[in-house]
Each structure stands twice: as structure tokens, then as C-alpha cells.
Design a protein around this ligand. Structure first.
Ligand code: PMP
Length: 386
């Protein structure tokens, strides 16, 4: 830290994104990107937009808002395009939280929520999950806080039903409820339709996962026109040209081809279920993920150890070293052949462990355990097979 940093940010703990190493080729199953490339129409739209890069882009992103409104069944006044959905989360924390209005979110969820709260000096209310990592909607009724819930949740992948989301929104009419739908296209129910009926609901979307545009940085906020006007005021006061010209046109072309992406999401969901079966056959336990990732643990190897052993073999997955999820790894669902490579590598790693355990001269490797760890959680429920 330099001696010039404002004292407001002296204790800042920045968000650490998943690693993007360039030292060799990896099978990247760590940051939930799509294994499928953008279609030709998107690439052509980017090339055409690049010819006009000497000019500023449209700060109102009108064409993009119109295209998104059509696909999502809302009006353009209900859509704010952003530079990745992290940006709309930042705007929302700035617009709807303050000294009197804390933010509430599940204790185990997207790591950006606490970072944003600390950045803006907002009080946090972190609500534990059930023992099986599911969210109990009743924990979120009438909270008198701004509420943020990822649905499906990350990194567990477990989704709330639309009726449960609606009950949370309806019980917090004096506060904004943000439903972060980064992973909704892979099998959960969207709350976008509710934005026409509830003036306290903000739904956030990203094109980083289901729409193969992680590198372009595109997301959306969808809400009633008044909430969008508040968020636009924050956008215009921080970065009026937040979505660049190429990304705006990539987004328009992507929305035109929405069927292509929905088909890819179905393929990813199928690969997820196939992979789950193979991992279970190797002894893994998993949550019932509705996302483009699996959240798994194995009773014979720690999460950190499995992460390291896979990395040595050129396969990147995500490990979070904090409790209660330190035993787990989050594995992005890639292309079928990538998942086959993962299963083969996991089988080899586990095979070596059981060989070691059979030899009395060898002591167990660091991080390898004979007994599954029993997690003590808030509510006594068993992990449900997904
Ligand atoms: N919400 C959740 C739950 C996420 O996992 C992510 C991805 N890290 C985001 C939002 C942000 O995605 P992006 O900024 O790429 O749109």
C-alpha cells in the first residue's frame, strides 16, 4: 500500500478472481466459461463495430436495450446493460445500501458480495445455509436489508424455485431484492417476469456463462423503470460509456441468435448430468447443481489436494479454502471430451491414493484422509443426492 491510499480503503480486501494462467495449455474448468465459441454472426458484428472505434459508443446502448427487452419480455426502460454483471452488483450496492440499509446474503455464496459491502462501508448480514447447502427462503423474509441471492447459488449450484423467490420479494417490499441469475439458463427458473409486478426486484444477468461472451464483458440489470433510472444515474456518474461499441453489437447479435445459446445450455446440462454419474461412480458426493458447474467432494482426498493433483495434470478447477466448503471443488462443465479427461485424471489420482493406503510402510499423503470429515452446520440435514 502506498502512503497515498485513502484511509477509507486502508483495510480493503480485494476480490480474487479465478486464476487465468498463461504458462501452458490447461483444460479450464475453474471460471465457469462456456466451452462453445460465439457464433459467426457475433464475430461479424464485432468486426463491423471495430471499424467505428474512433467514435464513442452509444452511452444509452439503445439498440442493445431494445434487443434485450424483446428477448426478456420487458420494455427497454427496464434494462441496463453493464460491463459484466459484477458492475451492476456494484451499482446496486451503491444505489440501494447505506449506513441505514445493510445488505443480507447467504454466508456461502458469490465472494464479490462481501467485497462490495466492505468497499462501500455497508454493514453485512451473512445468513448460513442449511446443512445440505440449500437456502431456506424463510431466513430472508422481512429482513429490513437489501437482499442479494444468487439463483442458482454459487458455488453450490442449488436453485430456489420461482415461488420461493417470489415469497422473498413479496416479504421485503420496503427493500430491494437482487436476484443474481448468472447461472439461471442452465436449469433454474428466472424471476425476470416478476420485475413487471414488483417494484423492489432487480434481476441481474450475465452473458459470460450461457452466452459465450466472458471476454467481452456484458451483463444486464432488469427491473422496473424507477430502479433502472437509479442504477443509470450511478452508471452515468461513474462510467457513462460502460459497455464498449464492440460489446454492444456483440450483444445485439447474440440476442438475435438466442436459440443457439439455449441449445448450448441444454448440451451443458446434459454433460453435467453425465459427468455427475461418472464422478459418483468414483465415490464423489455432489450437490444438486442446476448450473454449469458441479460442486463435489470425495471422502478420501481433501479439496485442496485434489485441486493440486488435477492442476499438475493440466486441469484447473476452483477450490475455496474457507469453511464450510474447504472439502469441496467447483468444477465447470466443459465440453464432453474435457470432462472425460477430468474423470480419467480423478480416477488415476484416487487409484494412487488407495494403493498408498494398502501399503503399511507408506504414511498417508498430506491432505489425504481415511475418514470423511463431518461438517457441523447450522441445520441438521443430510446432503441430498443431486
Ligand atoms: N454472479 C455470480 C454468482 C458469478 O459467479 C459471477 C461470475 N464470477 C458473476 C456474478 C459476475 O460475472 P460477470 O461479471 O462475468 O458478468
Amino acid at each position: 500500500m502506498s502512503r497515498f491510499r485513502s484511509s477509507r480503503f486502508a483495510g480493503l480486501t480485494a476480490y480474487v478472481p479465478g486464476e487465468q494462467p498463461r504458462d501452458r495449455r490447461y483444460i479450464k474448468l475453474n471460471t465457469n466459461e462456456s466451452p462453445y465459441p460465439p457464433p459467426e454472426g457475433v464475430l461479424e458484428a464485432v468486426a463491423a463495430a471495430a471499424k467505428g472505434l474512433n467514435l464513442y459508443c452509444d452511452p444509452t446502448a439503445l439498440r442493445l436495450r431494445e434487443s434485450a427487452a424483446e428477448v426478456y419480455g420487458v420494455t427497454p426502460e427496464m434494462v441496463l446493460p453493464v460491463n459484466g454483471s459484477d458492475e451492476i452488483l456494484n451499482f446496486a450496492f451503491m444505489a440501494f445500501c447505506d449506513g441505514n440499509t445493510p445488505v443480507a446474503y447467504p454466508e456461502t455464496s458469490y465472494g464479490f458480495y462481501p467485497v462490495l459491502a466492505d468497499l462501500h462501508g455497508i454493514k453485512k448480514r451473512e445468513i448460513p445455509l442449511n446443512e445440505d447447502f440449500s437456502i431456506d427462503p424463510r431466513d430472508y423474509f422481512d429482513l429490513r436489508c437489501t437482499v442479494v441471492i444468487a439463483n442458482p447459488n454459487a458455488p453450490t449450484g442449488i436453485a430456489l424455485g420461482l415461488d420461493e423467490v417470489e415469497r422473498i420479494v413479496a416479504s421485503n417490499t420496503e427493500n430491494v431484492v437482487i436476484i443474481d441469475e448468472a447461472y439461471v439458463d442452465f436449469g433454474a427458473e428466472s424471476a425476470v417476469g416478476l420485475t413487471r409486478r414488483y417494484d423492489n426486484l432487480l434481476v441481474t444477468r450475465t452473458f459470460s456463462k450461457s452466452h459465450s461472451l466472458a471476454g467481452a464483458r456484458l451483463g444486464f440489470g432488469i427491473a422496473c423503470p424507477e430502479l433502472i433510472a437509479d442504477l443509470t444515474a450511478i452508471k452515468d456518474s461513474t462510467n457513462p460509456y460502460n459497455v464498449n461499441a464492440m460489446t454492444q453489437m456483440a450483444g445485439v447479435a447474440a440476442l438475435r441468435d438466442n436459440g443457439y445459446y439455449m441449445e448450448n445450455c441444454r448440451r451443458v446440462a446434459q454433460t453435467r448430468e453425465d459427468t455427475l454419474k461418472s464422478l459418483r461412480a468414483l465415490g464423489f458426493e455432489a450437490t444438486a447443481s442446476k448450473s454449469n458447474f458441479l460442486f463435489v467432494r470425495h471422502p478420501e482426498i481433501s479439496g485442496g489436494e485434489l485441486y493440486e493433483r488435477l492442476r499438475e495434470r493440466g486441469i484447473l478447477v476452483r477450490h475455496f479454502s474457507k469453511e464450510p466448503i474447504a472439502d469441496y471443488n467447483r468444477i465447470t462443465v466443459g465440453a464432453p471430451e474435457e470432462m472425460e479427461a477430468l474423470i480419467k485424471a480423478a480416477g488415476e489420482i484416487l487409484g494412487r491414493i488407495s494403493l498408498k493406503h494398502r501399503s503399511p510402510r507408506d504414511s498417508p499423503e498430506k491432505g489425504i484422509r481415511k475418514q470423511p470429515q463431518i461438517l457441523r452446520r447450522k441445520k441438521e440435514k443430510k446432503i441430498q443426492p443431486g
